[in-house]
Design a protein around this ligand. Structure first.
Ligand SMILES: *[C@@H]1O[C@H](CO)[C@@H](O)[C@H](O)[C@H]1NC(C)=O
Length: 267
């Protein structure tokens, strides 16, 4: 028990100290809003300044508040005007309608003292809605490839909501191999995730994927009938019995050939 207690304390100390020294990473999509808030704030807070440093190292004040200033909140920089608010009690800054230019490092001064907690904001373009590409396989009408050709993280799902493991597609993206199941309502989707936003493709239904498969089945069945018709000798009254036997054995052998040459097991 004392050992467990010690471990718990150690973990807490490690967590608290790492939080104090490390930057918090936040990812948002263009047009979204972000709220950043210091973990702790002095209850006797008299001034707050949020500063923004962009990737070129250029620092501006995003928003400032001073208890003794009659104006209250001041937003000196054009980039933050009209979209930035501050909660003086919690120190929380909220910026709406984000653009890529709002990305960068945010620091907070409370009572003119810079806090250790910093926020690294990344504002990314909204991810586009993906479109699944379809590729048929040579000689396998009951198998197709679905391709999601994008650089973002890709998540494949089927109609049961299960996540499917894709394979790498060249030059980018992933593909999955879809087998004919016989259920036309089965579908597949591809979701893109760039860390800030996600978008999911329209579903691709099995009924759209295997139109050729049914054509193939019908053609094959037709072929078998033609073969049966051509190869079974005409029957004569004098040999009704032998003819019947011959017909049965030929039919069996053709049926057997038919089933071994067809992919799948639907017939
Ligand atoms: C950083 O801000 C300065 C001043 O607004 C601007 O000239 C510069 O292009 C910015 N850099 C980036 C990478 O946005």
């Amino acid at each position: 028990m004392p050992l467990r207690c010690l471990m718990l304390v150690t973990i807490c100390v490690v967590l608290i100290t790492t939080e104090a020294v490390s930057d918090e990473n936040v990812k948002k999509a263009v047009g979204e809003e972000v709220s950043l808030r210091p973990a702790r704030i002095d209850p006797l807070v008299s001034s707050i300044i949020w500063k923004h440093r962009n990737s070129s190292g250029f620092v501006v004040k995003a928003i400032e508040w001073d208890k003794d200033d009659d104006d209250g909140v001041n937003i000196p920089n054009q980039r933050f005007k009209g979209i930035t608010t501050l909660d003086e009690k919690t120190g929380q800054i909220t910026i709406t309608n984000l653009t890529v230019k709002h990305g960068g490092l945010y620091t907070i001064d409370i009572n003119n003292k810079e806090q250790e907690q910093r926020f690294n904001l990344k504002v990314m373009e909204k991810v586009l809605k993906p479109v699944i590409k379809l590729k048929k396989t040579e000689g396998n009408p009951d198998v197709v490839y679905l391709i999601c050709e994008y650089s973002e993280t890709i998540i494949w799902r089927n109609s049961s909501g299960e996540i499917l493991i894709g394979s790498l597609h060249h030059p980018k993206g992933e593909f999955i191999t879809v087998k004919f199941t016989g259920n036309p309502d089965n579908f597949y989707t591809c979701t893109l995730d760039n860390g800030a936003s996600t978008e999911t493709s329209d579903p691709v239904y099995e009924r759209e994927l295997f139109k050729d498969f049914w054509g193939f089945v019908i053609a094959s069945v037709g072929m078998v009938f033609i073969i049966l018709f051509l190869f079974i000798p005409p029957c004569h009254d004098y040999c009704a019995d032998c003819c019947r036997r011959h017909k049965t054995s030929q039919m069996q052998s053709h049926m057997w050939n038919f089933s071994t040459h067809l992919p799948g097991h639907r017939l």
